[in-house]
Design a protein around this ligand. Structure first.
Ligand code: VGL
Ligand code: ZN
Length: 204
């Protein structure tokens, strides 16, 4: 069984949002087309409490995009974004969510960030997605959404680690791109065994 995994298509990651991905909204029509073709659609939603430890504003003297050391390793600091129940945390209004069967929220523990749909950034705390997918006999995921270089990348890498087949839809993802991080993300995903595919190919 295959599922479409729609990652973090939320207002704060789209133009005008707190952590905007350049042209992030442009992938939405393609994602909507894809979601009508899949029997199983799963979404993730970045969902941080106020004062989350990934926010630069939670660390005195730090600015967004600086890197700090956390107990679980390096952490990029972000502008406050996707705060629970804030408009920025809502899915973009153009995203069709009617057919989504599961919404996984992540990043809700104050002291750990969570990029991946499978594991939080400590690489240990699970979101429960693996169990859900295995229970439903899903072995293949097509990943789309935001941002290529963070939540898409880590979801894809962890999904492969958990033995799923991972396709990344090249025209249905967009990245933040800090110093070449999008190119690097593609390299890492392909190295780990992800397959790049076009939406055209899936829609035919
Ligand atoms: C994301 C940075 C912080 C993402 C989420 O969705 O890629 N990036 N939180
Ligand atoms: Zn976040």
């Amino acid at each position: 069984m295959e599922a479409l995994l729609i990652i973090d298509v939320q207002n704060d990651f789209c133009p005008g949002g707190a952590l905007e991905v350049p042209n992030g909204e442009q992938i939405i029509p393609t994602i909507n087309k894809l979601s009508r073709e899949f029997d199983i659609v799963i979404q993730t939603q970045d969902w941080h409490p106020k004062g989350h430890s990934s926010f630069a504003s939670s660390h005195q003297g730090k600015e967004p995009f600086e890197i700090i050391e956390m107990p679980y390793g390096e952490q990029v600091l972000w502008p406050d974004h996707c705060v629970q129940s804030s408009p920025g945390a809502n899915f973009h209004p153009d995203l069709e969510t009617k057919r989504s069967q599961l919404i996984i929220r992540k990043g809700f523990r104050k002291d750990i960030d969570s990029y991946s749909a499978f594991y939080e950034n400590d690489d240990e705390t699970t979101t429960g997605l693996t169990g859900y997918l295995k229970d439903r006999d899903i072995d293949t995921l097509c990943a789309v959404g935001l941002a290529t270089d963070f939540c898409v990348k880590w979801s894809v890498i962890d999904g492969i680690k958990e033995d799923f087949n991972l396709y990344v839809v090249e025209d249905a993802v967009k990245g933040i791109d800090i110093d070449g991080s999008v190119d690097q993300a593609w390299q890492e995903m392909l190295d780990k065994g992800a397959q790049k595919i076009s939406s055209q190919k899936l829609l035919n």
